[in-house]
Structures are given as C-alpha cells and as structure tokens.
Design a protein around this ligand. Structure first.
Ligand code: FAD
Length: 729
C-alpha cells in the first residue's frame, strides 16, 4: 500500500461562503497530495441566500437552504474549525480567532461575505438580514409573534433582498404581517431597468406593502424609525436589508482594499498587496472591475478560486478570471412567480420561478448529494481475511482496546506487590501513599477523533483529568506523550503547538501544571497525559455503591455514534458541534457536587460505555443496578445515527456488557438500549448518591451547567442487574 503523501502546505479558507464551498468540493473531487485544507466557519451550516426569501415564505425548509460544512469538509478531507475569525497577522501568516490561539497558514483565502450595511446599530428591535445565520433565529422568534398578533414590520433597504423578504413575509402571514419598506433612493431597485422597478413597486402596493422613498434613516427608536428629514414611521420590528459593508479587520490587518474598503484583488482573485492571500465573493473588490455585491459573482468565482489556490501552492502561473459585466437577478414574488432582470432585459411569470427554483436546487444538490466516499478494503488474501479487524477505526475512546482483551492480558501479568498502593488496577486512578501524602495517578490517551488539533488537545486534557475527578482527587501535574504524523517541519510544529495549546489552556484552568512529556513522529496525531494529584483520605471508588442509592449521570451519552458518523461524513455539522461541546466540558465541579451530596462511588463513563462502566461498579461493589432507559440522557440525533448503523468500532465488543443485564420492555435491537454500549470520550461521571440527596444533587449539577445530568437508576440487592426500557415487559 502506498503511504499517504505528507502534507507540506496549509491552505486556510476563512468563511464557508458561496465560493469556498466550491473550493472544498473541487478539492474533494481532485485532492492534491501535499496540500492540507482547513476551513474556519462561524456557522457549520452555511445558508444559501438565493433560497432565503423562499424559506421565509415557507417554501423551503431549513435543510434545503443550508450546506452542511462539516459533511463537505469531510468529503474534501479538510479540517473544520467552527470559529469566528477576528483578525489577521499577515507578517506572521496567522489567522486570529477570539476563542483560541492563532492558526498558521501558507496560503489564505477569504470568503466571509460582508457585514450589515450603513447605519445599522445593534438593538433587540432590529434584525440585520446578514449574516443569515443570525437572522434566522430572530426571524423564527418574529414568526412566533406573528402567529399570535399583528406586527408592523419595517424593512430598511430598497434592493431586491428587501423586496423579496417583504413579499415573502406578507405571503406567509397575510393577516398579521403589516409591511413597510423604506429606501434612501428616490425609487426602489435603483440598479434595475425601469419596467422592473415599476412592476415590482406596483406588486408591493397591491400586496399592501407601504413604500417610502427618499427616506434616509437617521435613528431607530424602540417603536419608531425616524428619517433625517423628521419623518417618522411606527414599527414593532425592523429588518435591516441595506447593502453590506467590509469587515474592518481585513483592512486593519494591512491588506490593500478598494475605495469601498473591500479586500482588493487582481483578476486572479489574489490580494494586490499580499500574494499569499486570496479573496472572493462580497469580501473582495476586483481592481478595475467593480461589481455589485451579489451571490452570482461569489458563485462564479468558486471554480477559478479553487484553481488558483491549487496553482499558487504548486508554483504554477495563475489563471485570469473575467467577471461578467451584468449578473442575472431572479427576484421571487412569493406567489409561485418571479421577475428576471439583466441590464435592460426582463421577464416575469411562473416559468421564471420554475427556472429560479431549478437553478437554486441544482446548485444545492452539488453539496447535499456528495459522491460516496471510498473506503479501501484491507488488502489481505482470502484465507487471512477471516481474522481481519474492521479497518475503519474510530479515534478518541472509540479506539480503546476491548474490555475482554485487557482483562485477559492483565490476568497473564504477575501482580504487583506494594504496600504503598492503596487502590491499584481496576479503579479510575491508582492511589498511592508516600510518607505523609496520598497521590492519585492516571494516564489516558488516544488518536485524534476530531480534525481540529486545538480542540483535540482540550478534550484529551479533560478526559485525562476525569479519572482523578472520578475519585474526588485534585489533579496537579501532567506529563504529555504526543505523536504527530510526518509532515513538513512547519506543519508538524503547528499541529504540536495547537494540541498542546489546547491542553495547557484546560490544565491551567484547573490548576494543573504541565511538568514534562515526550513527543515523537507517529502514524497519526495522538496524545496521552499522565496526570497526578492529591487524593482525599477517602477517595470515591468503583466498589463503593450501596443498595438503595440512586445512580446519577452528569453528561448525555452518544459521542461515539456521532463521531463514528462524522468520520464517514454522515453526521450533521450541528451534531458534531454538540458533541464537541459535550466532550470539551470540565467535570471538576460535577465531582465536587457529587461529593457534597454524599456520593460513595463514582467512575467516569468512557470507552466501555455506560453499561460496561456500570457493570464494573456493580461487580466491584457486590450489588446490582436497575437502570431506567428513558431517564438516560442521550444526544438526540445519536440514537437515530445508531439506528442507521453509525456506530463506533468498539460497539460490538461493548455490547457484550449488555448481557449482564435482564431486559424489561426493551430488546437487543433497540437503538436506545444499544446506546448504553456507545463508547464516550471525556464522558460524564456516574455516581451512587444517597436516595434522599439525589434530586438535590441533580438540581445542583444542572445549576452549575450540567444541563443533561439526571438520576438514571438505582442500586439494588437483586441477583442480576436490569434495564427497564419502559415498554411492555
Ligand atoms: C434576502 C437576500 C436575498 C438574496 N438573494 C440573492 C439572489 O437571489 N442572488 C444573488 O446573486 N444574490 C442574492 N443576495 C446577495 C447574496 O446574499 C450575497 O451577495 C452573497 O451571499 C455573497 O456570498 P459570499 O460567499 O461572499 O458570502 P456569504 O454568503 O455571506 O458567506 C460568508 C460565510 O462566511 C462566514 N463568516 C462570516 N464572517 C466570518 C468570520 N469572521 N469568521 C468565520 N466565518 C465567517 C459566514 O458564516 C458565511 O457562511 C441576497 C441577499 C439577501 C439579503
């Protein structure tokens, strides 16, 4: 088998706008060995503005008008960093973000659109249409109000976006949406031919939309909008639909800009001041060929941008891109019709809408129906294949060795005899007494289960500390063992830095010092930490469960199934973000709260899944447990993914633990039941808490931010543990 070529160039795409989604797709279709792509996206589901008015009118659902950037990035083998860029360090070739360390690039491409236009000021009663990702939640809230009461909706802006949205809202809420449209221009749609202006102005009036021209908004109050000439119009909510402005951080970083402040690019979409920076869409202004800000140009620029990024990385001459002079605008009128306008040419009718709908859906299908990803089968001779493992391995705790393998090996090793060992193999951390101090020690590590090294480092640090928190110990020092795959020196340094920066940030936030470690080249990015800390006199152990106690779980389960689906490009971006946040959450406060509520036994739920870890506890405690399946918090979509066959490579092994349980009202094929075997990375704590303290404990956990924490069962003296599925027994 040919080894994969080492990465030597980092292309970083900022924003998943209309041009970059095409760059991703093109690199997915034709990967370039040696080039690593990274996309930084504020929203992991990027909206397609052409379908926004149709969505507002109720014609398209949310998924139809969004591109799932996580899936697309997986298809392109690109790393996805869900974050917001705040600035650029062009000399240092770094992208700046508010929530993490700067990210290095060799080649940078900007496609972040624009920011809300002139005069916009942040207020609760004003919603800018851009960025659409922020518009949609506010629109949903307005929808709820419109369903209850009439509202005066005021649109600032006289372009096609404003016209389409006003018509769409009237069509969706004909009884309650009272729409007014104001524009600073003497007429609506100033950039369109007169017949188009007339037609749409008449249509708005016929649909009951009030129009005020020469209305330059001077101030927006809570209940009225005032023009500079003292006219005032009442409103219940304002939508800001003026043209976009440039993102000031690009200009402030030193990039050359055009006269309007947008990133100035040449006809290869390359910055005129910084050759390693490219820009497209609303972000860019092309020198000598100014064009209106329109999605049509952003879409058209996608293919030449992809081509030029590749060419620049390979040191080849760049390709010239000629922007068309006039773009075709297709303006939907929310009645199954649309108006087409291009220069002096125009047309309207049902067929125009059918045409627009066809164009928009065809564009979206290219990103929603990605070609299946090929999984290379193991190249073993037929006689050997019988013992071949499934080669699709998961990262994180899904890559743990099966519990039975570990048990067999431990049985073959001679036991260690040491009087200083208080708790040895079998508990979350080893506890040793050295002279007057009692130490807790543990190590944990795994290969990257997410392609964002900084986030991976954070999660690995949480995961390693959890073993100590499960024993109510206080972590103090950590040692690291990191392997980085072979790449150019600069890329290896960057990945090592990102992983360690994430881990150190988490460690420092918990009073833990990174005291040393070892780094090496390896097949994949992986990290492990040995963590040492102070153990209490009476640490919480797995064997401390007592009959009658309630079992409290502090986090939802489901990370294994979602990560397995994400590896195959089958998890939605939002699900990925949900499990990233779940894994990247500390258990320090949870451990304290559990101890304060009298917990006598605890473990962290990791690679063996909830059922496997609970079995360890009941065996060690000589008790049984009754688990209430409906009470176990689960990442909602993880259950559906499991049902669809998305599971961690450890799942079949883990499901053997379910044989320890008697099942009531659920059966082996039940996806919720199988979720109990789903391996968790940086999972929650599972503890036995006195019954009378359990509800107070859960309330305290929830108040501290562990929103999913719940009582999931109880400890019994029955002979066998059981799972109650809630269905007929
Ligand atoms: C209601 C409405 C309807 C429209 N209809 C049409 C139409 O039918 N046809 C047409 O041609 N044009 C239309 N437009 C104009 C069109 O929306 C824009 O011209 C187009 O979206 C520009 O595309 P873009 O790729 O440059 O940026 P965008 O589509 O704005 O994409 C930018 C992406 O970058 C991300 N991003 C932004 N800032 C950051 C940051 N700091 N860090 C990380 N990520 C970031 C955003 O989340 C977003 O995903 C419409 C506009 C509106 C308001």
């Amino acid at each position: 088998m040919q080894p994969a070529a080492p990465a030597v160039r980092d292309i970083v795409l900022v924003g998943a706008g209309h041009s970059h989604v095409q760059v991703l797709r093109r690199f997915g279709m034709r990967p370039e060995p040696g080039i690593r792509l990274t996309v930084i996206a504020r929203e992991v589901h990027t909206p397609y503005s052409g379908m926004l008015p149709g969505h507002v009118a109720g014609r398209y659902d949310r998924d139809e008008m969004h591109i799932d950037v996580a899936r697309l990035a997986r298809f392109a083998d690109a790393r996805l960093i869900p974050s917001e860029v705040t600035g650029l360090d062009l000399d240092g070739q770094r992208v700046l973000m508010g929530d993490r360390p700067p990210l290095r690039y060799d080649i940078l491409s900007l496609n972040t659109g624009g920011v809300p236009g002139a005069g916009y000021a942040e207020r609760d009663c004003v919603t800018p249409v851009k960025p659409i990702g922020r518009f949609l939640p506010r629109w949903n809230a307005v929808c709820e109000e419109l369903a209850r009461r009439p509202m005066r909706l005021l649109f600032v802006g006289g372009g096609p976006g404003s016209v389409e949205l006003a018509l769409a809202m009237r069509a969706r809420f004909p009884e309650t949406a009272r729409c007014t449209l104001v524009t600073a221009d003497p007429e609506l749609l100033a950039e369109h031919a007169r017949p188009v202006r007339r037609r749409l102005t008449a249509l708005l009036s016929a649909r009951g939309v009030e129009i005020h021209t020469d209305f330059f908004v001077g101030a927006v109050d809570e209940d009225r909008v005032r023009a500079r000439d003292d006219r005032a119009l009442p409103h219940d909510h304002v939508f800001w639909v003026t043209g976009v402005e440039p993102f000031a951080a690009y200009r402030d970083s030193g990039l050359a800009t055009d006269s309007d402040g947008f990133v100035e690019v040449n006809d290869a979409l390359q910055s005129t001041s910084h050759p390693d920076v490219f820009a497209a869409g609303d972000t860019a202004g092309m020198r000598g060929a100014p064009r209106p800000k329109s999605g049509v140009f952003a879409v058209r620029q996608g293919p030449p941008l992809a081509d030029n990024l590749r060419r620049y990385a390979l040191g080849r001459p760049l390709r010239r891109y000629r922007a068309q002079r006039r773009a075709l605008a297709l303006i939907g009128t929310a009645d199954g019709r649309a108006v087409a306008s291009r220069g002096l040419w125009h047309a309207s009718g049902r067929w125009v809408w059918v045409w627009k709908d066809w164009i928009d859906r065809r564009f979206m299908r290219r990103f929603q129906e990605l070609p299946e990803m090929e999984v290379t089968p193991p190249a073993l001779a037929p006689g050997l294949e019988v013992d071949a493992p499934d080669t699709m391995r998961c990262g994180g705790c899904g890559a743990k060795l099966g519990a039975d393998i570990l048990e067999r090996v431990l049985r073959r090793l001679p036991p260690g005899e040491d009087a200083s060992l208080v708790h040895g193999i079998g508990d979350d951390a080893a506890v040793v007494r050295l002279d007057s101090s009692t130490l807790a020690m543990s190590c944990d590590g795994f290969g990257a289960m997410v392609d964002d090294p900084y986030r991976f480092g954070r999660i690995a640090a949480h995961h390693a500390m959890n073993d100590l928190y499960a024993m109510n110990a206080t972590p103090r020092h950590a040692l690291a063992l990191v392997t980085v795959p072979l790449m150019s020196d600069a890329l290896m340094e960057e990945d090592l830095y990102q992983v360690m920066a994430g881990a150190v940030q988490v460690f420092h936030g918990h009073g833990v010092t990174l005291a040393g470690g070892h780094s090496a080249e390896g097949a994949e990015l992986s990290v492990g930490f040995a963590v040492t800390g102070a153990a209490p006199e009476d640490p919480l152990v797995k064997g401390g469960l007592r009959p009658g106690q309630h079992l409290v779980l502090t986090k939802a389960i489901g990370t294994g199934a979602v990560l397995a689906a994400a590896m195959q490009g089958r998890a939605a971006g939002q699900d990925l973000v949900t499990v990233l946040d779940l894994m990247d959450a500390s258990s320090a406060a949870a451990a304290r709260i559990l101890a304060e509520h009298g917990a006598t036994a605890c473990t962290d739920v990791t690679g063996f899944g909830l059922a496997g870890h609970l079995s360890e506890m009941t065996r060690a405690s000589g008790v049984a447990a009754r688990l209430q399946l409906h009470a176990v918090p689960m990442v909602p979509t993880a259950v559906a993914l499991m049902d669809a066959g998305m599971q961690s490579s450890l799942q079949p092994n883990n499901e053997r633990a379910l044989e320890d349980f008697v099942l009531h009202g659920c059966g082996p094929g039940d996806a919720r039941l199988r979720m109990l075997a789903d391996p968790q990375t940086a999972g929650g704590l599972l503890a036995g808490v006195p019954a009378d303290a359990a509800s107070g404990c859960v309330a305290a956990l929830q108040a501290e931010g562990y929103r999913d924490s719940a009582v999931v069962g109880e400890v019994t003296t029955e002979e066998l543990s059981s799972i109650d599925g809630g269905g007929p027994a």
